[in-house]
Design a protein around this ligand. Structure first.
Ligand code: S3P
Length: 436
């Protein structure tokens, strides 16, 4: 692991206090994108200062959009209108962000100019045919590397036509890419999903004045519409809050309040799963933040039961499985996960990286092609590799809080993609966590 950033984590104090969690990643990406395409100036408040979302903002600067940063977590975006993006002078770097690359693919496929989307080592291994195929059906021309991998070479100047797309995969990124291309296409574009996924694109396009019809698992819009500038308040990211939710559940003596967390129902499958496991997590001070439901989450330590995670919850907690695996490791019976093969094509193969890491800490994990059974037990110290996956690194930092020895977590720099100050916040809450 030399040359890479590592953490040493160990059992800390009971987790106590109130935490403010940074802004939602999915919402921050979309806020910059749609504000850039709008007519007029939009202000984004609560923007996630993570590497992924900053990469998206930088891409739009390369496309000729002026974006000001009056203070951290705020952006002033001078929209150029749907037809105002300019040809970039070089490749557009999406960093680690699948959301950035896939949504941009839909948007750029409809522009007059050519563009090239590149990403880091992890993103360069992630499947892009899921977006290039429906976009090609709409008339786009996108060349990928062998196996449908990035870079994406997008040929501009194509006339797109609307399609009725029945998506084979429950993916908000795929849905959003097709809808963004649909904004430029002749006629109407609709997307039907095998299971409803997060609907931020639909809600936010609507907030920007686009006439879009949507219900769980379905969305439809007409091409040729313009976006009207609007201010966006980004809620705290549920996926980042998830690590603290699980930590406070499993560390004896803990009680944490996580302030104003975004509770979009397509994101909160982990809450439902933890409640099925017997967790008592209270929602207080409920309100609405930029059209999204938010509430404080108050969570305390208590024992957890093993469950079979209901398959219909999987898309609603797709980013939370690493954290769930840690909760599972501390449950009273063996939790089972199925129907989650998508985890194999995230920032790492999350079924394999979590199973390997938990085994390194002394647990038995039986992996299947689309899930795993985790046999709870006492976690011992050891060495795990996060494979450069932010959510794996943070999950093992949580696991270490109940381990019997020190856990060395390798390759953690990518935590900055989604949760830049995780370690500082975690230490303030009571974690034992240091650079190693
Ligand atoms: C996201 C959609 C999900 C999720 C990712 C963010 C989005 O990916 O895992 O972290 O913002 O649309 P998929 O569309 O691949 O499921």
């Amino acid at each position: 692991m030399s040359g890479k950033q590592n953490w040493i984590a160990a059992r800390g104090a009971p987790l106590r206090g109130e935490l403010g969690i940074p802004g939602d990643k999915s919402v921050s990406h979309r806020a910059v994108m749609f504000a850039a395409l709008a007519d007029g100036v939009s202000e984004i408040d609560g923007f996630l200062e993570g590497e992924d979302t900053r990469a998206t903002a930088k891409v739009f600067a390369q496309l000729g959009v002026k974006i000001g940063t009056p203070s951290p977590s705020r952006r002033i975006v001078h929209g150029v209108g749907v037809d105002g993006l300019q040809a970039p002078s070089g490749p557009l770097d999406c960093g680690n962000a699948g959301t950035g690359m896939r949504l941009l693919a839909g948007l750029l496929a409809a522009q007059k100019f050519d563009s090239v989307l590149v990403g880091d080592e992890s993103l360069s291994k992630r499947p892009m045919r899921r977006v290039s195929a429906p976009l090609a059906e709409m008339g786009a021309k996108i060349d990928t590397e062998e196996g449908g991998l990035p870079p994406l070479r997008i040929h501009g100047g194509r006339r797109l036509h609307g399609i009725d797309f029945v998506s084979p995969v429950a993916s908000a990124q795929v849905k959003s890419a097709v809808l963004l291309a649909g904004l430029y296409a002749d006629g109407a574009t609709s997307v039907r999903e095998p299971h409803p996924t997060r609907d931020y694109t639909e809600r936010m396009l609507s907030a920007f004045g686009v006439d879009i019809e949507f219900s769980p698992g379905y969305a439809k819009l007409r091409g040729g519409q313009r976006l009207r500038a609007t201010d966006i308040a980004v809620p705290a990211d549920f996926s980042s809050a998830a690590f603290f939710l699980v930590a406070a559940r499993i560390v004896p003596g803990s009680e944490l309040r996580l302030r104003a967390v975004g509770l979009n129902p397509r994101r909160t499958g982990l809450l439902a799963a933890l409640r099925l496991m017997g967790a008592d997590i209270r929602e207080e001070n409920a309100s609405s933040h930029g059209g999204e439901p938010v509430a404080d989450l108050v969570v305390r330590h208590a024992p957890l039961r093993g469950i079979e995670v209901p398959v219909e919850l999987v898309p609603d907690m797709i980013d939370e499985f690493p954290a769930l695996f840690v909760a599972a490791a501390c449950a009273e019976g063996p939790p089972v996960v199925r129907g989650a093969a998508e985890l194999r094509v995230k920032e790492s193969d999350r079924l394999a990286t979590m199973a390997t890491g938990l085994r390194a800490l002394g647990l038995r994990v039986d992996e299947t092609p689309d899930g795993a059974t985790i046999f709870p037990g006492t976690l011992r110290g050891g060495r795990v590799d996060s494979h450069g996956d932010h959510r794996i690194a943070m999950s093992f930092a949580v696991a270490a809080q109940v381990a019997e020895g020190e856990v060395e977590i390798g390759d953690v720099a990518n935590v900055a993609t989604s949760f830049p100050d995780f370690d500082g916040l975690a230490r303030r809450a009571g974690f034992s966590l240091r650079a190693g």
